[in-house]
Design a protein around this ligand. Structure first.
Ligand code: E4P
Length: 220
């Protein structure tokens, strides 16, 4: 199961990379807007800086902000030329799906984002996308069951042996990651705090504290 970090922040990427728990990075326009970046050139330079932190097996999903077909294609091609590690993130729209078909023929990798239903997930797989990003947390926020959607996408993709990988997005807590692992999906993308919360258990802290106290009492 691959772990992507959902961030555009270089320090966060360095931190998770240093503990060896990162297989790539996903960004979106809101995450880019949180960084100290003010124009297109700076965004491109920022994507290149992220790619420099990744090895050749890791990739970065960089999202287009265009919505018209021709514009998505032009923007996606430019992004793909920044680095071979870049996967073009395209929203789940008619123009988005058309663009993914185009990119797929050109062997440019894609991640279809903002997926909230089974119908959308089927279209994504048929378009030849490399990744589908169903938004778990945002569904839960609306009282829909995000994990149920992930489970059913997996069933459908298995039925047809679709090659599109499921990359569960909008992760809010460690239970989301654990349940995705049980379902057997390919990857999750998560904010840094959720990765840290996977490490935590109060009994680990209490146990370690006692081990060290016992040891220090006796051994100088
Ligand atoms: C997907 O790739 C998005 O970047 C992301 O997971 C959205 O998460 P949010 O709902 O926490 O904004």
């Amino acid at each position: 199961m691959k772990f992507f970090l959902d961030t555009a922040n270089l320090e966060e990427i360095k931190k998770i990379k240093s503990i060896g728990m990162m297989n790539g990075v996903t960004t979106n326009p809101s995450l880019i807007a949180k960084e100290n970046i003010f124009n297109k050139n700076e965004i491109d330079a920022h994507y290149i800086s992220i790619c420099k932190l990744l090895n050749n097996e890791e990739n970065l999903s960089a999202e287009v902000i265009s919505t018209e077909y021709e514009d998505i294609i032009n923007e996606g091609i430019k992004l793909s030329l920044l680095s071979p590690k870049i996967v073009i993130k395209v929203p789940m729209t008619i123009n988005g799906i058309k663009s993914i078909k185009f990119f797929s023929k050109k062997k440019i990798r894609t991640n279809c984002t903002l997926v909230f239903s089974l119908g959308q997930a089927i279209l994504v797989a048929k378009s030849g996308a490399d990744y589908v990003s169903p938004f778990l947390g945002r569904l839960d926020d609306l009282s829909f069951n995000g994990l149920q959607l992930i489970k059913e996408i997996k069933e459908i993709y298995d039925n047809f042996k679709f090659k599109t990988k499921i990359l569960a997005a909008s992760i809010r807590n460690p239970i989301h990651i654990i349940e995705c692992a049980k379902i057997g999906i390919d990857a999750i993308t998560t904010p840094i705090n959720v990765i840290y919360s996977l490490f935590n258990h109060p009994m680990t802290n209490i146990g370690l504290d006692k081990f060290l106290k016992d040891y220090r009492k006796k051994i100088k």
